[in-house]
Design a protein around this ligand. Sequence first.
Ligand code: G3P
Length: 219
Amino acid sequence: MKFFLDTADVAEIADLASAGMVDGVTTNPSLVAKTGRDLFELLAEIAGLVPGPISAEVTATEQEAMLREAHRLAEIAKNICIKLPLTWDGLRACRRLAAEGVKVNLTLCFSPGQALLAAKAGATFVSPFVGRLDDAGHEGMELIEDICTIYGNYPDTIRTEVLVASIRSVGHVIEAARLGADVATMPAKVMRALAQHPLTDKGLAQFLADWEKTGQRIV
Ligand code: G3P
């Protein structure tokens, strides 16, 4: 399973990328706004830190304007992946960009029907939002299960990868992996929490205390 960071925070990306755990990055207008930085400078910096796909989202809502923005964003770096909203304009723009060989991430997916259309439009990734579905009183993970099952029924024709987004917890990541999703994009704190276990901390403290008593050194 690929791990993407869902952030525009360069320090967080640099730190986790140096551990070799970051296969890509997803940004959105809200995450960029939080940094207070210039979009183009920010994306160029992120694209230089992580060689994998960096999702950059358009803010236009009409097909032709989306394409203009997409082409401008794609010029930033080779690994920029264009993020489009899952609307009819987004689907039309996706088809055209896919035909040009541009990678597209169709975002704001909340139903299996939308995911089917994303695959037909030739999206490289579809981003179902699990946390926001949970917040609205639904079971976000049921959507991941549905999409993985549906896409799995057409292995010869559907190439779109399931990119689980709006992840809030380690449980979301584990469940996404159990269901066979291709990618999980997560906040830095969730990626860090994947390594944490109280028994690891307790066991390490015990080993170190016992070793200290021997008075030996390895190097
Ligand atoms: O980038 C899209 C996404 O993952 C949003 O997450 O936490 O704002 O619902 P969230």
